[in-house]
Design a protein around this ligand. Structure first.
Ligand code: TRP
Length: 331
């Protein structure tokens, strides 16, 4: 049987180019030679998104985005975390094998505690148990399906280590029941610069959104910071934010000839920005139309998720049954 690749997507808004290169594209590539299970982590989002309409809208946006960017729901099992309730049963079981000290060290939780301490506040201020238990639900997401490989960003590395730690503790007690997953992290594309030169991130407001209307996208591309060299000055492509994005989308020959134009002083920053904009348009223009079309057809999205849930459940059932037997709640 094919090895299983699984990842969770937290619905946090339409993707930007950094998400696409760092996460979506590698995950879709992995799906070509794995049985892929990709899901919307809607109950993870509940740790922060506490507005009903917003959670619903974000969920549809994420499904539409992945399908528009090439996820084929006939090949990838694409489902919603909350549709497979067995994951919450497994979360409880795993809680009983997750050391509190392990969870105390989770980066996201620890960062808030540290901020609180620095500001002289109660260390637990603003922390709910969903945030604290986040890594255990994530471990259940992964272990419920016997996942072998988990494509994620670098920020999720610790969560994968915790998943393995919890699974090992469980297996030590009951035998080899749970599969230990490997993280698959594309470190080289984690450094896509945003328009201000810092890492592209929604929280810095420096993104190039994949589905922005052309006018908006052009404006943002033109805003990418460069040094102030004149068109005829020789330039260093390796330190240029525009080139750092361009190279991920252009054909190999074009990357090389553009590199030469930088070095020889045959290129103005305005020109390369226009070229980058056109490249992004030709890469994502039709996906944007498909995205808008899908978003307007929620019934179609619902149908895809229902089918995905059925297929995901078929994989999860024998595994949760084995776990129940192992711990002694089923015969
Ligand atoms: N925590 C991940 C994120 O913030 C989302 C996620 C939830 C996930 N469950 C998962 C990723 C299981 C991989 C596997 O992006």
């Amino acid at each position: 049987m094919n090895r299983i690749a699984l990842t969770g997507i937290k619905p946090t808004g339409p993707p930007h180019i950094g998400n696409y290169l760092g996460m979506i594209k590698p995950a879709l590539e992995l799906a070509q030679n794995h049985q892929a299970l990709y899901f919307l982590a809607d109950y993870h989002a509940l740790t922060t998104v506490k507005n009903r309409e917003k959670l619903i809208q974000l969920t549809y946006e994420v499904v539409a985005a992945w399908i528009a960017l090439g996820l084929n729901p006939d090949e990838v099992i694409f489902y919603r975390q909350s549709d497979i309730i067995e994951v919450f049963e497994l979360t409880w079981i795993l809680n009983c094998f997750a050391a509190k000290g392990l969870l105390n060290r989770a980066h996201a939780y620890k960062a808030i505690v540290d901020d609180n301490l620095k500001a002289g506040r109660d260390p637990d201020k603003q922390i709910n148990m969903g945030l604290y238990n986040y890594p255990v639900l994530m471990a259940a997401d992964i272990l419920l399906y016997g996942s072998h490989v988990v494509p994620v960003g670098l920020d999720q590395k610790q969560h994968l280590e915790m998943t393995r730690d919890i699974a090992e503790t469980f297996n030590k007690n009951y035998g080899e029941i749970l599969v230990l997953p490997e993280a698959s992290i594309k470190e080289e594309v984690m450094t896509i610069p945003g328009t201000d030169g810092r890492k592209m991130s929604a929280s810095y407001n420096n993104t190039l959104p994949v589905f922005a209307p052309p006018k908006e996208l052009r404006k943002r591309v033109m805003r990418i910071v460069t040094d102030s060299k004149r068109p005829e000055d020789p330039k260093d492509p390796e330190s240029c934010n525009v080139f750092a994005i361009f190279r991920h989308f252009a054909a190999p020959d074009d990357i090389e000839s553009t590199r030469q134009r930088y070095i020889k002083g045959e290129l103005a920053y305005g020109d390369i920005k226009t070229e980058l904009f056109e490249l992004l348009e030709s890469t994502f223009g039709s996906a944007r139309e498909f995205y808008n079309h899908l978003l307007a057809d929620r019934d179609e999205i619902d149908r895809i998720l229902i089918k995905g849930a059925e297929e995901a459940r078929a994989i999860a059932m024998p595994i949760i049954e084995r776990v129940r037997k192992a711990v002694g709640v089923a015969k």
